[in-house]
Design a binder for this molecule. Structure first.
Ligand SMILES: [Zn+2]
Length: 96
């Protein structure tokens, strides 16, 4: 019942409830101290209707492991428009 497919092709969008979020590869930005880190081809889920973006949780976990300990914060501590930030809803990937 709680069986999760390893990589679902699309998930229903929680924002508009009409679209499907599909896996795309975008450039992810994050600050590491004073340095802006860009990660090309970062997996993210993008809604085909409202354009909502959510970076892939597993990839975020992987990235924060690489960039410890500063990583894990959204890159929004500067002026200007913050990039779409991953929603923190308490769900965490469970790496084994
Ligand atoms: Zn949507």
């Amino acid at each position: 019942m709680t069986k999760e497919p390893d990589s679902p092709p699309a998930i229903p969008c929680p924002e508009c409830q009409a679209g499907l979020m599909r896996l795309r590869y975008l450039t992810y930005f994050t600050w590491l101290g004073d340095e802006l880190i860009t990660v090309p081809d970062f997996p993210a889920w993008v809604c085909d209707v409202c354009g909502r973006r959510e970076y892939d949780q597993r990839a975020l976990g992987w990235l924060s492991t690489l960039l410890n300990p500063t990583a894990g914060r959204p890159a929004s501590r500067r002026r200007g428009q913050p990039p779409a930030r991953p929603k923190r809803d308490g769900t965490r990937p469970s790496p084994k």
